[in-house]
Write a new protein. Structure first.
Length: 263
């Protein structure tokens, strides 16, 4: 988060920057997380020949750059675009957006509890970063599981409760996907119908809100089971319950069934 950033970036660090001015020899960009200006020299724009720098960057553009050198005495920061991979760019933008959202949500907690933001961050920042890896990760966990994980980590109950309340309202945790393989056989004359009924019984089990089950044929007698859920434990419970329902239905019909949890 911005409040814990050092005054200057480190060489090799990826930064989110806003291009302010373009010249013949490069572009000047403001480092969003530090509020300082750096120079992207034309030689660091692309590994190939740069005929027109505006083919790669433009005024007002927000991009990810790598810090090459920092001279704190002169206030100079040298930046590179060509040394940033697509994967690094994507990951940095994602992390930056999460940090911004985390700070915004923590400010909402600050307002709700009437605690100055800096004081609230002092009380929570180090703890949640140590236990969960970051503010956003802590809020995401609270959105799934409520205040208990935050309280167990050492946060005061009132702060944990407020964080969980705001997180549940503002954060939708990413869905977790798990897989398994059902093997269903029925040698009865209506065996195909019985297998369909078994699969339908798996689909119709009671499950948590927003949890989804998908079943499809791989190659008879094998059928894939996929479960999407917000919580890993709920996903595991659901896939086991679905498998048990299918096996019970096919067994009662005179067939056989088995389940193997996928990786």
């Amino acid at each position: 988060m911005a409040v814990k950033k050092a005054e200057w970036p480190e060489p090799g660090e990826l930064v989110v920057a806003s291009v302010q001015k373009i010249t013949d020899y490069g572009a000047y960009a403001t480092l969003d997380e530090y509020g300082k200006e750096g120079l992207l020299h034309v030689s660091e724009v692309s590994s190939g020949w740069v005929r027109n720098i505006r083919e790669f960057v433009r005024e007002g553009q927000k991009t990810v750059l790598k810090v090459l050198r920092v001279n704190t005495e002169k206030g100079h920061i040298d930046l590179s675009l060509r040394r940033v991979s697509r994967h690094e760019r994507r990951e940095k933008i994602l992390a930056w957006k999460r940090d911004r959202k985390a700070e915004s949500l923590l400010r909402s907690v600050s307002e709700k509890l009437e605690i100055p933001f800096e004081e609230l961050y002092t009380q929570t920042g180090a703890t949640v970063e140590e236990k969960f890896g970051g503010i956003y990760e802590a809020l995401e966990k609270a959105a799934r599981e409520g205040p208990d994980p935050l309280i167990e980590a050492g946060l005061p109950k009132n702060i944990a409760a407020a964080m969980a309340e705001i997180a549940k309202d503002k954060i939708r945790p990413p869905m977790i996907k798990i897989k398994g393989l059902l093997e269903l056989q029925c040698m009865q004359p209506n065996g195909i119908i019985r297998i369909k009924e078994a699969l339908l019984s798996a689909q119709k089990i009671e499950k948590p809100k927003d949890t989804r089950i998908r079943l499809y044929a791989v190659a008879a007698p094998k059928y894939a089971v996929e479960v999407l859920a917000e919580d890993y434990k709920e996903a595991e419970k659901t896939i086991q319950k679905a498998a048990e329902a299918a096996i019970k239905t096919i067994t009662n019909a005179g067939g056989t069934g088995a389940f193997q949890r996928g990786k």
